[in-house]
Design a protein around this ligand. Sequence first.
Ligand SMILES: Cc1cc2nc3c(=O)[nH]c(=O)nc-3n(C[C@H](O)[C@H](O)[C@H](O)COP(=O)(O)OP(=O)(O)OC[C@H]3O[C@@H](n4cnc5c(N)ncnc54)[C@H](O)[C@@H]3O)c2cc1C
Length: 417
Amino acid sequence: MTTRRSELPVAIIGGGLAGLAAGLRLQELDVDFEIFESSDGPGGRVRSDQVGDYICDRGFQLVNLDYPDLARFYRPADFHRASKAIDVVIDSKVHRLGDPREKFSRFFSSLNPATGSPLEKFRFLKFIRGLKSQSNLTHRGHNDESFEEAMVALGIGSLYSRVIRPFAQGVFLERCDQVSAEMAYKLIQFFITGTPGLPIGGVSSLARNLAKDLPINFNTHVDEIGEGFLRFGKRKRRARKIILATDALAAKLLLGDAHIDSSLDSKIFDSMTMSTSTTWYHALDDADLDATLRIDGLGAGPVTNSIAISKLAPEYSPPGKTLISSTVIGSASENTSESSVRRHLASIWGMETGGWELIAKYVIKKSLPHHPPGKPINSYLALGERILVVGDHVSFPSQQGALESGVAAAEKIVETI
Ligand SMILES: Cc1cc2nc3c(=O)[nH]c(=O)nc-3n(C[C@H](O)[C@H](O)[C@H](O)COP(=O)(O)OP(=O)(O)OC[C@H]3O[C@@H](n4cnc5c(N)ncnc54)[C@H](O)[C@@H]3O)c2cc1C
């Protein structure tokens, strides 16, 4: 499938969403390229496994069909749309909160002050409305603050601590006091208008669909890059332009040893770090649950969120079984004991979990790039004339961040090649 030439016009390192989007855009612009991907398939962090009779995504994630740079390449005929509500469990009671994206007034449907007073809910909806009307958020630079500080300033104390924080931590895969408010607002803007859900057959089917007509060299780990070349094992390929579309940590490794005249600003280089999360999959005999995401409003931990994923996507479990996906965030999540996860799940789901079968556990050491207050949101980073660095660590941590970064780099290259 790949053509062998002395010099490639463009080499893309990494076949995650950023690399795939760069390739798809270059293909539209009629520029030759090859993708070099170290693993055995496309998608990067957007992958699934068949585990016996179950489909397990490598970490719980939803796909938003309305991400603009996804919609340009991906319009599936069928899709599992996720519920636009969340269930907040407080003292064994389940409070369903409607999603303000669906209808603002639904957010008030739970008048129970356990999830925040009506005044707090009103303030939050006003804030959301304000965000919705801002088409483009301006970069706040030094005025940026943490998402937690911004929420506290809104005066929504218990709504924040019982609903917004536990929910948002599952999105950021990080504590809210560590995350830039500017970046968080951008993600919230996408959520407000989004269509979240799951592709049929697991998130991998999205990646396979994007990758199907692209020239990708799988199992090809790039060990070194330099001015106009890349090396994998003993092989060297020359490339006029390189799009470095790996995750933050892999990019840091390659750039640290790169044979190039220019280097990244040391502040950017040092900030290339990532969070850890762990997702557990358990199966039980088919239970009368629905597909609404559950969070613990009292933040008892260790579980950040849990969902009966096969109720959203029935093909994830065999008939007669229900598959539960539960995520724990933080670097310690790897060592969280299964018994403490089961104990917490028993309180979240209000049922005995001792008999649940453990299907899979994914420790994802490279979950999301850290995006602390003040970190800018770029499209790509240019290193000299030949190298463009892209990915969710350059833009913002999400599928859209990765995709738009890849597209922007492809468009830049076409101007100069
Ligand atoms: C658990 C979890 C849940 C998430 N939930 C959501 C969600 O609900 N919504 C959302 O929008 N986003 C979510 N995300 C984030 C989203 O998945 C990522 O932001 C996005 O997929 C990043 O894409 P990327 O192309 O920048 O990087 P990656 O997906 O990391 O791709 C980089 C690729 O580079 C390859 N590579 C690395 N080093 C080399 C090398 N030396 N040589 C060759 N190849 C190399 C890797 O194998 C990989 O395929 C979630 C992420 C995780 C982990």
